[in-house]
Design a protein around this ligand. Sequence first.
Ligand SMILES: C[S@@+](CC[C@H](N)C(=O)[O-])C[C@H]1O[C@@H](n2cnc3c(N)ncnc32)[C@H](O)[C@@H]1O
Length: 334
Amino acid sequence: MSKTAGSAARVDVLRGNDRSAALYEATFRRLQARVKALPSVWLYDERGSRLYERITQLPEYYLPRREAEILRARAEAIARRTRARTLIELGAGSSNNTRLLLEALEAAGTLESFVPLDVSEETLRTTANTIASAYPGVSVEAIVGDFERDLETLPGRGARLIAFLGSTIGNLYPDERATFLATLSAGLAPDDALLLGIDLVKDVARLQAAYNDRGGVTERFVRNALTAVNRDLHATFDQRRFGYEARWDPDNEWMDIGLRAHGTHTVSLPRLELEVVFEDGEPLRIEISSKFRREQFELEAGRAGLRVASWWTDRAGDFAVALVRPSGKETRNE
Ligand SMILES: C[S@@+](CC[C@H](N)C(=O)[O-])C[C@H]1O[C@@H](n2cnc3c(N)ncnc32)[C@H](O)[C@@H]1O
């Protein structure tokens, strides 16, 4: 673990070399799967993270506004019920909606530290320093890490609230989600809680519009994954040979977001010693965004040893925020 001083926030970088090796290995594997894909982490280099911030402002992309509506109404109750001394945020990004939690926990007088964790180092450093200046009474201890690999070592004193906002849980495949929830669950103390931002199944036209904005920002965000792979792996993806496509998959109830090959062609990834042939019209998946139903989520949580203590939605019923506890472990806070 390496530490960087010199800013108001502390930033720990976890196993950077291991993380790159794991990403390269996953890239090698997914490009040879039946449905070719890239790990979605490739989306979030510095430029990608900036593009994601622009997506959150788009009129079509309702998710962050719905989540904020719920948190504005419920943050005080969340603070009262969790009495969290440590707020951990997985996939923090710019932590915009998290400020609603920080304010409520500060007002409740319990919060001592904020631990944002993200794979995108530049964005995380900016977030950590901005939050540290805005909340001088809170110690900010950021972690550059991977929420699929670094969950066992989550820090924290006293009751912890672990937030996973922005529908990021929907970006995990079902098997990854099961592992993620089970690993988190195993590390929870009785007074800890999870807070998840969950996008719900809804009208297909609205879902498709959210990922096909008229200004093409989402397309640029998705294409940036190819740019990042070309840069880091010296790959030869040619943007002109792929078209953008984001469509609803009714069987899996997820948005399938990626690119489709124009013309049969070969892409080289010399750093992986890999050549990949794309047939004309073949998809390359970059990300999924699963949409949920309450009963199905409660079942999944239950299988991971978790229980949904509260499930709040916005007035339109578009989005949910779930407060989740370890099941079978008695808490003093509820
Ligand atoms: C959908 S964005 C959500 C950002 C923020 N929570 C919000 O609600 O606006 C996903 C965030 O998770 C981060 N991320 C993606 N995969 C990750 C991983 N495996 N480990 C850690 N962070 C990851 C990205 O860098 C990005 O900041």
